[in-house]
Design a protein around this ligand. Structure first.
Ligand code: HPA
Length: 276
């Protein structure tokens, strides 16, 4: 596993492998596909697929328990690269490993990152299936992808006062209105996981200003900001957070909900990419 915050040589090697595998494609936008949201990668045209096993420095599939791949192609005529399969911190990966794909995207010339995820709803009005634009985040993972040596091209203390780009959020809201898609906006809190939260933890998250809770996204967005990439995040609210609904939480229910709203989310992402 990579040393936290290290990685300049491994980023260079991994980037070269990806660049060669997807040539002559030169993606300008990266899309990280969250749980149950892999379908977005299937909509790309003229694709080149790079299995993680072929990228030096990526964790082995037997460690991550699922096959992952990067898919380069065009979406709405825009050259994009989609990341299908995340490295979660709850799988034991360093935050720097979770964010390694973003460092590769940056080195490939990507200027815009769209991250999607599944999240539990904390704000009372959120229902399973609600789409939430991420306005801001709270890092409750007690991990940081930039801890350790400073990687070339990144600052020691990057500004995080506005990590989710204002213009992109305004664009997302416009597309949602045009497409008649209801789009909420709120604060995403990232927990380490892998257990779902206790009721007391959800009460705490509510009091500190979180509207939704999940176990991803924050490491990727931090590194993207350190690289000057502008970010847009969209959460699919899959369940009421612990204690706010009648049911026990299960991953199956999360997948059922992401499947139900995939049409809307797909239209939203396509509309945003089209307008970039
Ligand atoms: N908590 C944390 N992560 C999640 C949840 C949740 O309730 N739902 C989907 N991902």
């Amino acid at each position: 596993m990579a040393e936290a915050g290290s990685g300049a040589p491994e980023v260079a090697q991994a980037t070269e492998a990806v660049r060669v595998a997807i040539a002559p494609r030169a993606p300008r936008v990266a899309i990280v596909l969250g749980s149950g949201l892999g379908f977005l990668g299937e909509g790309l045209e003229g694709t080149a697929r790079v299995p993680y096993a072929r990228i030096p420095g990526f964790p082995k599939p037997e460690v991550i328990g699922h096959a992952g791949e990067l898919i380069a192609g065009t979406l709405e005529g825009v050259p994009v690269i989609a990341q299908s399969g995340r490295f979660h911190l709850y799988e034991g990966h360093d935050a720097a490993v979770a964010a390694l794909p973003v460092r590769i995207f940056a080195a490939l010339g990507v200027r815009t990152l769209i991250v999607t995820n599944a999240a539990g709803g904390i704000r009372r009005t959120y229902r399973p299936g609600t789409l939430m634009l991420i306005a801001d985040h709270i890092n409750m993972m007690a991990r940081h992808p930039l801890a350790g040596r400073v990687v070339e091209g990144e600052e020691r203390f990057p500004d995080m006062s506005d990590p989710y780009d204002r213009e992109l959020r305004a664009l997302a809201r416009r597309v949602a209105t045009d497409e008649q898609i209801a789009l909420e906006e709120g604060v995403y809190a990232a927990m380490l996981g892998p257990s779902y939260e206790t009721k007391a933890e959800i009460e705490m998250l509510k009091r500190i200003g979180a509207d939704a809770v999940g176990m991803s996204t924050v490491p990727e967005v931090i590194v993207a900001r350190a690289r000057g990439i502008r970010c847009l995040g969209i959460s699919t609210i899959t369940n009421p957070a612990a204690g706010l609904g009648a049911q026990k939480l299960s991953h199956e229910d999360v997948l059922v909900t992401t499947d139900r709203v995939k049409g809307e989310l797909g239209r939203l992402v396509r509309g945003i990419v089209r307008a970039l």
